[in-house]
Design a binder for this molecule. Structure first.
Ligand code: SF4
Length: 115
């Protein structure tokens, strides 16, 4: 299999956004990283360009995105204290939408950094 090397790759895992990482890939799989910390290395090595999952799941079963959005809206509507949590590995625009969502559902928001 052909080895390809990407220099100055950017890691978006933790928010530090290290942009001097070298990646070695065989096909669609990253097999080696240089310059990434252990978290970044794990993140890169466990992501591929393959489609491993369906677009959406409802109760662990494949679903359309429209049905999944509707199911999520129902869960949030029925929740007593909704928590919007996570927000790493997403764009600023998506974070803005998450904050807006927390506001309109009367929920609270937190990121993984609270761990
Ligand atoms: S390489 Fe490590 S420190 Fe840098 S962005 Fe990735 S997880 Fe964060």
């Amino acid at each position: 299999m052909t080895l390809s090397i990407v220099k100055n790759a950017t890691c978006t895992f933790c928010g530090c956004v290290c942009d001097d990482i070298e990646l070695h890939a065989e096909g669609e799989k990253i097999v080696k990283t240089k310059g990434a910390c252990s978290l970044g290395e794990s993140w890169f090595k466990h992501h591929t360009a393959e489609r491993l999952y369906p677009d959406a799941l409802i109760d662990g079963k494949p679903a359309t995105v429209d049905h999944a959005v509707e199911a999520a809206a129902n869960y949030l509507y029925d929740a007593n204290m909704p928590l919007v949590y996570g927000l790493s590995n997403i764009t600023c625009e998506a974070q803005r939408e998450a904050v807006f969502l927390a506001e309109i559902i009367g929920g609270v928001i937190d990121s993984h950094t609270s761990l």
